[in-house]
Ligand binder design. Structure first.
Ligand code: AMP
Ligand code: GLY
Length: 429
Protein backbone atom coordinates (compact mmCIF):
# COMPACT_ATOMS: atom_id res chain seq x y z
CA UNK A 1 0.00 0.00 0.00
CA UNK A 2 0.96 3.65 -0.40
CA UNK A 3 0.96 6.14 2.45
CA UNK A 4 1.06 9.94 2.46
CA UNK A 5 2.19 11.82 5.57
CA UNK A 6 1.38 15.54 5.75
CA UNK A 7 3.80 17.85 7.56
CA UNK A 8 7.48 18.72 7.78
CA UNK A 9 8.65 18.42 11.38
CA UNK A 10 10.31 15.96 13.73
CA UNK A 11 6.92 14.42 14.45
CA UNK A 12 6.40 13.68 10.76
CA UNK A 13 9.93 12.26 10.36
CA UNK A 14 9.15 9.89 13.23
CA UNK A 15 5.79 8.92 11.71
CA UNK A 16 7.40 8.22 8.33
CA UNK A 17 10.18 6.20 10.03
CA UNK A 18 7.70 4.12 11.99
CA UNK A 19 5.18 3.61 9.16
CA UNK A 20 7.96 2.57 6.80
CA UNK A 21 8.87 -0.32 9.10
CA UNK A 22 5.58 -1.99 8.17
CA UNK A 23 5.89 -4.72 5.54
CA UNK A 24 2.55 -3.55 4.20
CA UNK A 25 3.93 -0.24 2.99
CA UNK A 26 5.21 -0.08 -0.60
CA UNK A 27 5.60 3.62 -1.17
CA UNK A 28 5.65 6.42 1.34
CA UNK A 29 5.30 10.10 0.47
CA UNK A 30 5.61 13.18 2.64
CA UNK A 31 4.26 16.65 1.86
CA UNK A 32 6.31 18.76 2.12
CA UNK A 33 8.78 16.76 4.28
CA UNK A 34 12.30 17.90 5.20
CA UNK A 35 15.98 17.09 4.72
CA UNK A 36 15.83 13.96 6.87
CA UNK A 37 12.49 12.63 5.69
CA UNK A 38 13.87 12.71 2.13
CA UNK A 39 16.08 9.73 2.99
CA UNK A 40 13.01 7.57 3.78
CA UNK A 41 10.14 8.95 1.72
CA UNK A 42 9.55 10.79 -1.51
CA UNK A 43 9.07 14.39 -0.45
CA UNK A 44 6.54 16.30 -2.52
CA UNK A 45 6.51 20.05 -2.56
CA UNK A 46 2.90 20.70 -1.53
CA UNK A 47 2.11 22.92 1.44
CA UNK A 48 0.06 21.44 4.30
CA UNK A 49 -2.80 23.90 3.67
CA UNK A 50 -3.09 23.17 -0.05
CA UNK A 51 -5.90 20.63 0.36
CA UNK A 52 -6.80 20.57 -3.34
CA UNK A 53 -3.28 19.58 -4.44
CA UNK A 54 -2.95 17.08 -1.59
CA UNK A 55 -6.17 15.38 -2.69
CA UNK A 56 -5.02 15.30 -6.32
CA UNK A 57 -1.69 13.84 -5.23
CA UNK A 58 -3.30 11.16 -3.03
CA UNK A 59 -5.63 10.17 -5.89
CA UNK A 60 -2.93 10.14 -8.55
CA UNK A 61 -0.54 8.10 -6.40
CA UNK A 62 -3.21 5.74 -5.11
CA UNK A 63 -2.55 6.51 -1.47
CA UNK A 64 -4.44 4.03 0.70
CA UNK A 65 -3.86 6.09 3.82
CA UNK A 66 -3.07 9.74 4.53
CA UNK A 67 -1.81 10.73 7.99
CA UNK A 68 -2.05 14.39 9.03
CA UNK A 69 0.70 15.71 11.32
CA UNK A 70 -0.06 19.35 12.21
CA UNK A 71 -3.22 20.94 13.59
CA UNK A 72 -3.86 23.70 11.04
CA UNK A 73 -5.05 21.49 8.16
CA UNK A 74 -7.25 19.53 10.59
CA UNK A 75 -8.80 22.75 11.88
CA UNK A 76 -9.44 23.84 8.28
CA UNK A 77 -11.25 20.62 7.43
CA UNK A 78 -8.78 18.61 5.35
CA UNK A 79 -10.36 15.39 6.66
CA UNK A 80 -13.85 16.46 5.53
CA UNK A 81 -12.48 17.12 2.02
CA UNK A 82 -10.68 13.76 1.82
CA UNK A 83 -13.84 11.98 2.98
CA UNK A 84 -15.87 13.75 0.31
CA UNK A 85 -13.56 12.12 -2.26
CA UNK A 86 -13.74 8.75 -0.49
CA UNK A 87 -10.06 8.89 0.43
CA UNK A 88 -8.92 7.21 3.65
CA UNK A 89 -7.34 9.65 6.10
CA UNK A 90 -6.29 9.47 9.74
CA UNK A 91 -7.30 12.55 11.72
CA UNK A 92 -10.43 14.26 13.07
CA UNK A 93 -12.77 16.27 10.87
CA UNK A 94 -13.21 20.02 11.29
CA UNK A 95 -15.96 19.73 13.86
CA UNK A 96 -14.01 17.31 16.04
CA UNK A 97 -10.79 19.30 15.63
CA UNK A 98 -12.45 22.18 17.51
CA UNK A 99 -11.35 20.42 20.68
CA UNK A 100 -7.95 21.89 19.81
CA UNK A 101 -8.79 24.81 17.52
CA UNK A 102 -11.14 26.51 20.02
CA UNK A 103 -10.25 26.53 23.69
CA UNK A 104 -13.66 28.01 24.45
CA UNK A 105 -15.31 25.04 22.74
CA UNK A 106 -13.02 22.61 24.60
CA UNK A 107 -13.61 24.17 28.01
CA UNK A 108 -17.39 24.35 27.56
CA UNK A 109 -17.36 20.75 26.34
CA UNK A 110 -15.41 19.67 29.44
CA UNK A 111 -17.77 21.56 31.72
CA UNK A 112 -20.82 20.03 30.10
CA UNK A 113 -19.42 16.50 30.30
CA UNK A 114 -17.86 16.79 33.77
CA UNK A 115 -14.31 16.29 32.61
CA UNK A 116 -11.92 17.61 35.27
CA UNK A 117 -10.26 20.88 34.24
CA UNK A 118 -9.41 24.26 35.83
CA UNK A 119 -12.38 26.54 36.63
CA UNK A 120 -12.66 29.24 33.95
CA UNK A 121 -14.54 32.23 32.51
CA UNK A 122 -14.87 33.31 28.88
CA UNK A 123 -14.63 36.98 27.85
CA UNK A 124 -15.55 38.77 24.62
CA UNK A 125 -14.07 42.18 25.50
CA UNK A 126 -10.83 43.30 27.10
CA UNK A 127 -12.70 45.60 29.52
CA UNK A 128 -14.68 42.69 30.95
CA UNK A 129 -11.62 40.45 31.12
CA UNK A 130 -9.53 43.08 32.92
CA UNK A 131 -12.46 43.92 35.19
CA UNK A 132 -12.64 40.26 36.21
CA UNK A 133 -8.90 40.17 36.96
CA UNK A 134 -9.18 43.14 39.31
CA UNK A 135 -10.91 40.99 41.90
CA UNK A 136 -9.29 37.65 41.03
CA UNK A 137 -6.60 35.73 42.85
CA UNK A 138 -3.18 35.35 41.21
CA UNK A 139 -1.50 33.62 39.52
CA UNK A 140 -4.09 33.00 36.85
CA UNK A 141 -3.88 31.88 33.26
CA UNK A 142 -4.94 33.90 30.21
CA UNK A 143 -5.61 31.89 27.04
CA UNK A 144 -6.49 32.97 23.53
CA UNK A 145 -9.42 30.98 22.15
CA UNK A 146 -7.92 29.95 18.82
CA UNK A 147 -4.72 28.42 17.45
CA UNK A 148 -1.66 30.51 18.29
CA UNK A 149 1.26 28.15 17.59
CA UNK A 150 1.74 27.39 21.29
CA UNK A 151 2.08 31.08 22.22
CA UNK A 152 -1.51 31.85 23.18
CA UNK A 153 -1.24 30.94 26.87
CA UNK A 154 0.18 33.32 29.48
CA UNK A 155 0.54 32.60 33.16
CA UNK A 156 0.03 36.00 34.83
CA UNK A 157 1.51 36.54 38.30
CA UNK A 158 -0.31 39.80 38.92
CA UNK A 159 -2.86 42.24 37.50
CA UNK A 160 -0.25 44.06 35.44
CA UNK A 161 0.85 40.90 33.64
CA UNK A 162 -2.75 39.81 33.11
CA UNK A 163 -3.63 43.22 31.64
CA UNK A 164 -0.67 43.10 29.25
CA UNK A 165 -1.66 39.59 28.13
CA UNK A 166 -5.32 40.52 27.60
CA UNK A 167 -4.44 43.68 25.67
CA UNK A 168 -1.89 41.84 23.56
CA UNK A 169 -4.54 39.28 22.57
CA UNK A 170 -7.73 41.35 22.41
CA UNK A 171 -6.68 44.93 21.63
CA UNK A 172 -3.43 44.51 19.70
CA UNK A 173 -4.77 41.29 18.14
CA UNK A 174 -1.36 39.58 18.27
CA UNK A 175 -2.98 36.30 17.20
CA UNK A 176 -5.59 37.81 14.89
CA UNK A 177 -9.04 36.28 15.25
CA UNK A 178 -7.67 33.60 17.61
CA UNK A 179 -7.68 36.29 20.33
CA UNK A 180 -11.24 37.58 19.80
CA UNK A 181 -12.29 35.66 22.88
CA UNK A 182 -10.10 34.83 25.86
CA UNK A 183 -10.38 32.36 28.67
CA UNK A 184 -9.18 33.19 32.13
CA UNK A 185 -8.67 30.15 34.29
CA UNK A 186 -7.27 29.15 37.67
CA UNK A 187 -3.61 28.28 37.88
CA UNK A 188 -2.99 24.60 38.60
CA UNK A 189 0.08 23.24 40.37
CA UNK A 190 1.69 19.91 39.64
CA UNK A 191 3.60 18.06 36.97
CA UNK A 192 2.47 18.02 33.39
CA UNK A 193 2.06 14.87 31.36
CA UNK A 194 0.94 14.20 27.80
CA UNK A 195 -1.44 11.34 27.14
CA UNK A 196 -1.94 10.58 23.47
CA UNK A 197 -4.62 8.05 22.58
CA UNK A 198 -5.54 6.64 19.19
CA UNK A 199 -9.29 6.50 18.80
CA UNK A 200 -11.99 5.85 16.22
CA UNK A 201 -14.63 7.50 18.38
CA UNK A 202 -15.48 4.20 20.08
CA UNK A 203 -12.33 2.31 21.07
CA UNK A 204 -9.51 4.18 22.84
CA UNK A 205 -5.91 2.95 22.65
CA UNK A 206 -3.72 5.13 24.89
CA UNK A 207 -0.04 5.34 24.02
CA UNK A 208 2.56 5.36 26.80
CA UNK A 209 2.55 8.62 28.79
CA UNK A 210 5.24 11.16 28.00
CA UNK A 211 6.41 14.47 29.42
CA UNK A 212 7.26 17.49 27.30
CA UNK A 213 9.55 20.38 28.31
CA UNK A 214 7.96 23.53 26.94
CA UNK A 215 10.27 26.28 28.20
CA UNK A 216 13.31 27.19 26.13
CA UNK A 217 15.96 27.02 28.86
CA UNK A 218 17.18 24.76 31.66
CA UNK A 219 15.20 24.73 34.89
CA UNK A 220 11.98 25.44 32.94
CA UNK A 221 13.04 29.05 32.40
CA UNK A 222 12.48 31.30 29.42
CA UNK A 223 9.66 31.56 26.93
CA UNK A 224 7.37 28.69 25.99
CA UNK A 225 8.33 26.85 22.82
CA UNK A 226 6.72 24.04 20.83
CA UNK A 227 8.68 21.68 23.11
CA UNK A 228 12.41 21.27 23.80
CA UNK A 229 12.48 17.60 24.74
CA UNK A 230 10.42 14.74 26.06
CA UNK A 231 10.76 11.38 27.67
CA UNK A 232 8.64 8.26 27.83
CA UNK A 233 7.23 6.49 29.79
CA UNK A 234 6.47 8.68 32.82
CA UNK A 235 6.69 6.64 36.04
CA UNK A 236 4.71 9.32 37.81
CA UNK A 237 1.71 8.00 35.93
CA UNK A 238 1.19 4.86 37.96
CA UNK A 239 -1.27 2.20 36.74
CA UNK A 240 -3.81 3.69 39.21
CA UNK A 241 -3.37 7.20 37.81
CA UNK A 242 -3.63 5.84 34.27
CA UNK A 243 -6.87 4.11 35.22
CA UNK A 244 -8.14 7.40 36.68
CA UNK A 245 -7.22 9.19 33.42
CA UNK A 246 -9.00 6.53 31.35
CA UNK A 247 -12.14 6.57 33.49
CA UNK A 248 -12.45 10.27 34.21
CA UNK A 249 -10.91 11.90 31.17
CA UNK A 250 -10.50 9.74 28.05
CA UNK A 251 -13.71 7.73 28.25
CA UNK A 252 -16.00 10.67 29.19
CA UNK A 253 -14.42 12.71 26.38
CA UNK A 254 -15.17 10.07 23.76
CA UNK A 255 -18.64 9.47 25.26
CA UNK A 256 -19.30 13.24 25.32
CA UNK A 257 -18.27 13.61 21.69
CA UNK A 258 -20.55 10.75 20.77
CA UNK A 259 -23.43 12.25 22.73
CA UNK A 260 -22.87 15.54 20.88
CA UNK A 261 -22.82 13.60 17.59
CA UNK A 262 -19.19 14.42 16.87
CA UNK A 263 -17.25 11.50 15.42
CA UNK A 264 -13.57 11.53 16.36
CA UNK A 265 -10.97 9.57 14.45
CA UNK A 266 -7.36 10.38 15.21
CA UNK A 267 -5.16 11.15 18.16
CA UNK A 268 -6.87 12.53 21.20
CA UNK A 269 -4.02 14.18 23.06
CA UNK A 270 -4.79 15.29 26.59
CA UNK A 271 -2.29 17.71 28.11
CA UNK A 272 -2.75 17.06 31.83
CA UNK A 273 -1.66 18.54 35.12
CA UNK A 274 -1.27 15.93 37.83
CA UNK A 275 -2.53 17.94 40.79
CA UNK A 276 -2.94 16.92 44.43
CA UNK A 277 -6.63 16.55 43.64
CA UNK A 278 -6.10 14.29 40.65
CA UNK A 279 -5.40 14.78 36.93
CA UNK A 280 -6.86 17.91 35.31
CA UNK A 281 -7.02 18.68 31.58
CA UNK A 282 -4.97 21.75 30.60
CA UNK A 283 -5.74 21.35 26.93
CA UNK A 284 -6.78 18.92 24.26
CA UNK A 285 -4.89 18.52 21.03
CA UNK A 286 -6.26 16.43 18.22
CA UNK A 287 -3.02 15.17 16.67
CA UNK A 288 0.30 13.60 17.61
CA UNK A 289 2.41 15.80 19.91
CA UNK A 290 5.76 17.21 18.88
CA UNK A 291 8.25 16.23 20.40
CA UNK A 292 6.25 13.61 22.34
CA UNK A 293 5.87 11.47 19.21
CA UNK A 294 9.65 11.31 18.78
CA UNK A 295 9.94 9.90 22.31
CA UNK A 296 6.92 7.57 22.23
CA UNK A 297 6.94 5.86 18.82
CA UNK A 298 10.44 4.32 19.09
CA UNK A 299 9.09 2.28 22.03
CA UNK A 300 6.06 1.01 20.09
CA UNK A 301 6.51 -2.53 18.82
CA UNK A 302 3.12 -2.86 17.09
CA UNK A 303 2.68 -2.05 13.41
CA UNK A 304 1.49 1.57 13.29
CA UNK A 305 -0.05 1.11 9.83
CA UNK A 306 -2.47 -1.53 11.16
CA UNK A 307 -3.54 0.76 13.99
CA UNK A 308 -4.03 3.90 11.91
CA UNK A 309 -5.84 1.97 9.14
CA UNK A 310 -8.16 0.33 11.68
CA UNK A 311 -8.88 3.71 13.31
CA UNK A 312 -9.53 5.41 9.96
CA UNK A 313 -11.97 2.59 9.07
CA UNK A 314 -13.60 2.91 12.53
CA UNK A 315 -12.68 -0.68 13.35
CA UNK A 316 -10.11 0.00 16.03
CA UNK A 317 -11.59 -2.67 18.32
CA UNK A 318 -10.19 -5.25 15.88
CA UNK A 319 -6.62 -3.88 16.09
CA UNK A 320 -5.83 -5.67 19.37
CA UNK A 321 -3.57 -4.41 22.13
CA UNK A 322 -0.55 -2.21 21.61
CA UNK A 323 2.82 -3.89 22.26
CA UNK A 324 5.64 -1.88 23.80
CA UNK A 325 9.37 -2.32 24.21
CA UNK A 326 10.71 -2.32 27.75
CA UNK A 327 12.85 0.58 28.86
CA UNK A 328 12.86 4.33 28.37
CA UNK A 329 13.21 6.81 25.60
CA UNK A 330 14.50 10.38 25.80
CA UNK A 331 14.27 13.04 23.13
CA UNK A 332 16.36 16.22 23.18
CA UNK A 333 15.69 19.01 20.69
CA UNK A 334 18.58 20.88 19.08
CA UNK A 335 17.30 24.34 18.20
CA UNK A 336 18.55 27.48 16.44
CA UNK A 337 19.82 30.34 18.62
CA UNK A 338 16.97 32.80 19.15
CA UNK A 339 14.14 30.23 18.92
CA UNK A 340 11.21 30.61 19.76
CA UNK A 341 11.64 34.26 18.68
CA UNK A 342 13.81 35.28 15.71
CA UNK A 343 16.54 32.99 14.48
CA UNK A 344 18.69 32.54 11.36
CA UNK A 345 18.66 29.49 9.12
CA UNK A 346 20.80 28.09 6.32
CA UNK A 347 23.73 26.89 8.45
CA UNK A 348 25.39 23.58 7.51
CA UNK A 349 24.78 20.67 9.89
CA UNK A 350 27.87 18.56 10.52
CA UNK A 351 28.62 15.32 12.33
CA UNK A 352 25.54 13.23 11.58
CA UNK A 353 27.77 10.66 9.86
CA UNK A 354 29.44 10.02 13.24
CA UNK A 355 26.19 8.81 14.82
CA UNK A 356 26.63 5.05 14.94
CA UNK A 357 24.53 4.08 17.94
CA UNK A 358 21.73 1.67 16.95
CA UNK A 359 19.73 2.77 19.95
CA UNK A 360 19.81 6.41 18.92
CA UNK A 361 17.74 8.12 16.27
CA UNK A 362 18.14 11.59 14.85
CA UNK A 363 14.81 12.86 13.58
CA UNK A 364 14.91 16.03 11.51
CA UNK A 365 12.60 18.93 12.28
CA UNK A 366 13.80 22.11 10.54
CA UNK A 367 16.33 20.90 7.96
CA UNK A 368 16.61 20.99 4.19
CA UNK A 369 18.99 19.69 1.58
CA UNK A 370 20.64 22.07 -0.84
CA UNK A 371 22.93 20.53 -3.47
CA UNK A 372 23.47 17.53 -1.24
CA UNK A 373 24.33 19.67 1.78
CA UNK A 374 22.19 19.47 4.90
CA UNK A 375 21.23 22.92 6.22
CA UNK A 376 19.21 24.26 9.15
CA UNK A 377 15.78 25.47 8.08
CA UNK A 378 13.76 26.10 11.23
CA UNK A 379 13.67 26.93 14.93
CA UNK A 380 13.67 23.34 16.08
CA UNK A 381 16.28 21.65 13.91
CA UNK A 382 16.85 18.09 15.12
CA UNK A 383 15.29 15.73 17.66
CA UNK A 384 17.88 13.34 19.08
CA UNK A 385 16.33 10.27 20.67
CA UNK A 386 18.09 7.70 22.87
CA UNK A 387 16.71 4.38 24.10
CA UNK A 388 17.96 2.47 27.12
CA UNK A 389 16.85 0.41 30.10
CA UNK A 390 16.11 3.50 32.13
CA UNK A 391 15.64 7.24 31.67
CA UNK A 392 19.18 8.16 32.81
CA UNK A 393 20.66 5.74 30.29
CA UNK A 394 18.38 6.97 27.52
CA UNK A 395 19.35 10.59 28.24
CA UNK A 396 23.07 9.74 28.31
CA UNK A 397 22.72 8.13 24.88
CA UNK A 398 20.91 11.14 23.43
CA UNK A 399 23.42 13.64 24.90
CA UNK A 400 26.39 11.57 23.66
CA UNK A 401 25.04 11.82 20.15
CA UNK A 402 24.31 15.54 20.48
CA UNK A 403 27.99 16.11 21.27
CA UNK A 404 28.84 14.78 17.81
CA UNK A 405 26.50 17.12 15.93
CA UNK A 406 27.32 20.73 15.15
CA UNK A 407 25.69 23.72 13.51
CA UNK A 408 26.11 27.41 14.10
CA UNK A 409 23.97 28.71 16.96
CA UNK A 410 22.87 25.24 18.11
CA UNK A 411 21.34 25.16 21.57
CA UNK A 412 19.57 22.49 23.56
CA UNK A 413 18.34 21.90 27.08
CA UNK A 414 20.80 19.96 29.21
CA UNK A 415 18.24 18.95 31.81
CA UNK A 416 15.51 16.96 30.06
CA UNK A 417 13.84 14.75 32.68
CA UNK A 418 15.27 16.78 35.56
CA UNK A 419 12.11 16.78 37.66
CA UNK A 420 11.67 13.06 37.71
CA UNK A 421 15.40 12.41 38.13
CA UNK A 422 15.48 14.84 41.06
CA UNK A 423 12.49 13.10 42.61
CA UNK A 424 14.15 9.72 42.24
CA UNK A 425 17.37 11.03 43.80
CA UNK A 426 15.42 12.50 46.72
CA UNK A 427 13.53 9.23 47.23
CA UNK A 428 16.87 7.40 47.44
CA UNK A 429 18.03 9.93 50.03
P1 AMP B 1 -2.17 24.88 26.95
O1 AMP B 1 -1.88 25.24 25.51
O2 AMP B 1 -3.55 25.25 27.36
O3 AMP B 1 -1.77 23.49 27.31
O4 AMP B 1 -1.16 25.76 27.79
C1 AMP B 1 0.23 25.78 27.52
C2 AMP B 1 0.99 25.64 28.80
O5 AMP B 1 0.60 26.63 29.74
C3 AMP B 1 0.72 24.31 29.50
O6 AMP B 1 1.52 23.29 28.98
C4 AMP B 1 1.07 24.68 30.93
O7 AMP B 1 2.46 24.67 31.13
C5 AMP B 1 0.58 26.10 31.05
N1 AMP B 1 -0.79 26.11 31.57
C6 AMP B 1 -1.94 26.11 30.86
N2 AMP B 1 -3.03 26.14 31.66
C7 AMP B 1 -2.56 26.13 32.92
C8 AMP B 1 -3.19 26.16 34.20
N3 AMP B 1 -4.52 26.22 34.34
N4 AMP B 1 -2.39 26.15 35.28
C9 AMP B 1 -1.04 26.12 35.16
N5 AMP B 1 -0.40 26.12 33.99
C10 AMP B 1 -1.13 26.12 32.86
N1 GLY C 1 4.47 19.32 22.55
C1 GLY C 1 3.26 20.00 22.59
C2 GLY C 1 2.42 19.87 21.41
O1 GLY C 1 2.65 19.07 20.54
O2 GLY C 1 1.43 20.61 21.31
Amino acid sequence: MNVLVIGSGGREHTLVWKLKQSRKVDKIFCAPGNGGIAALARCVNIKVDNTKSLIEFAQRNKCDLTVVGPEQPLASGIVDEFHRRKLRIFGPDRKAARLESSKVFAKEFMKQHHIPTAPFCVFQTSAEAIGFCKSAEFPLVVKADGLAAGKGVIVAKNLKEATIAIEMMMTKKAFGRAGERVIIESFLRGQEVSIMAITDGKTILPLLPSQDHKQAFDGDRGPNTGGMGAYCPVDLVTPEIMEDIQQHILEPTIAGLKADEIGFVGVLYAGLMLTDFGPRVLEFNCRFGDPETQAVLPLLKSDLVDILMAAADRKLASAGKLEWRKGSSACVIMASRGYPANYKTGFPIAGLENVKDNNCFVFHAGTRRDNGKLLTAGGRVLAVVGLNNDLRGALDRAYNVIRKIRFEGAFFRKDIGFRVLQQKAEAKG
